[in-house]
Design a protein around this ligand. Structure first.
Ligand code: TXD
Length: 319
């Protein structure tokens, strides 16, 4: 059986880390695509030379030619530019929207059967635009944010409870921005909901509230500390978990930005919700009951995503 082929569109910090993980986990052969000329080739060569030491077999190719992604089983998109000082959100939106157009057309022409995972920010708008430009079915195009935001929440909760991260499950839903919704009621330690753990004296409401706030600004905290660029290890791991579930038909239930057609009362938008990922891509959108504050916060988050999409439509009349 031939190996899977994984195309990484954007060979920057996350792209390079993705390639490393694909190799180490022997998920398949890798194509690192970037508009920068030598850089993807250099990264591919460097990673290929780690293979004899680590003991993995994978072909790694760097390229600036979309023809090289032909027949990819999975495409993970990180292409774009980050926000620089003096740049408004709309400036960034305009630039990355053009990037999504080029990437969507490249995928449509060369890898129309791929499962596509978008990571580029602003995530919920970019994954929507990428699906529009690629014309792929909505079950084959998803956005990565929820797995990362939930991993941040899980890490902080595990530290607070002094238990293994393995036993902490948590959900962060909604858009990938300041309005994201960490859902405390559905977050557990080995099935014991966090509100019960508060009652059991494991923590206090104030401490959990502080963890929720820290989760929401988790990306910004890292940007501030790095001083240059944004997080890349945990984002790459998160996208790999999604690709792995697709390639191995694991049917994992993961929070991802998925196209909603009426679920959660939302239509024609990408929003972070729990989904099942299997061999057909998005196998199921899971509608959990959101109550009280979580529901109100989710609605605020959906409105923030809508505003971003309106801004995209104003920038590109074909959308
Ligand atoms: O949760 C999430 N979704 C995120 C999103 C978490 C962390 C970071 N998130 C976003 O991912 C971040 O705001 C960026 O939009 C992307 C990629 O982050 P990364 O840290 O990898 O950015 P880099 O290192 O700048 O890499 C981007 C690469 C760079 O090498 C450019 O040359 C390339 O994208 N690029 C392109 N490649 C292909 N085609 C086009 N048009 C193109 N334009 C730029």
């Amino acid at each position: 059986m031939a190996r899977n082929k994984i195309a990484l569109i954007g060979a920057g910090m996350i792209g390079g880390t993705l390639a490393h993980l694909v190799g180490m986990k022997e998920l398949g052969d890798v194509v690192l695509f970037d508009i920068a000329d030598g850089m993807p080739k250099g990264k591919a060569l460097d990673l290929a030379q780690s293979a004899p030491v680590e003991g993995f077999d994978a072909r790694l190719k760097g390229t600036s030619d979309y023809a090289d992604i032909a027949g990819a089983d999975v495409c993970i998109v990180t292409a774009g530019v980050p926000r620089k000082p003096g740049m408004s959100r709309d400036d960034l939106l305009g630039i990355n929207l053009k990037v999504m157009k080029a990437v969507g057309e490249g995928i449509k022409a060369h890898a129309p059967n791929a499962f596509v995972i978008c990571i580029t920010n602003p995530l919920d708008a970019m994954v929507w635009a990428l699906r529009e430009f690629s014309g792929l079915p909505a079950n084959k195009v998803v956005g990565m944010a929820g797995v990362l935001d939930s991993a941040r929440f899980r890490h902080f909760l595990a530290e607070e409870f002094n238990v293994s991260v393995e036993d902490v499950t948590a959900f962060v839903l909604g858009g990938h921005g300041d309005t994201m919704v960490p859902v405390v009621e559905y977050s557990t330690v080995a099935g014991i909901p966090v509100p019960d753990l508060i009652k059991m004296g494991w923590s206090t409401q104030e401490k959990i509230d502080a963890i929720v706030a820290r989760t929401r600004s988790g990306g910004g905290e890292i940007v501030g500390l790095l001083g240059n660029g944004s997080a890349y290890y945990a984002p790459a791991s998160s996208a790999i978990a999604m690709a792995d579930s697709y390639l191995k038909d694991k049917r994992r239930l993961l929070p991802c930005a998925a196209f909603l057609s009426g679920e959660y009362g939302v239509k024609d938008l990408y929003v972070g919700v729990p989904i099942v990922i299997g061999a057909n891509g998005v196998e199921k959108i899971v509608e959990i009951e959101l109550k009280g504050e979580a529901k109100a916060n989710f609605d605020v988050s959906v409105n923030a995503v809508k505003e971003l999409m309106d801004a995209c439509r104003n920038l590109d009349s074909s959308l």
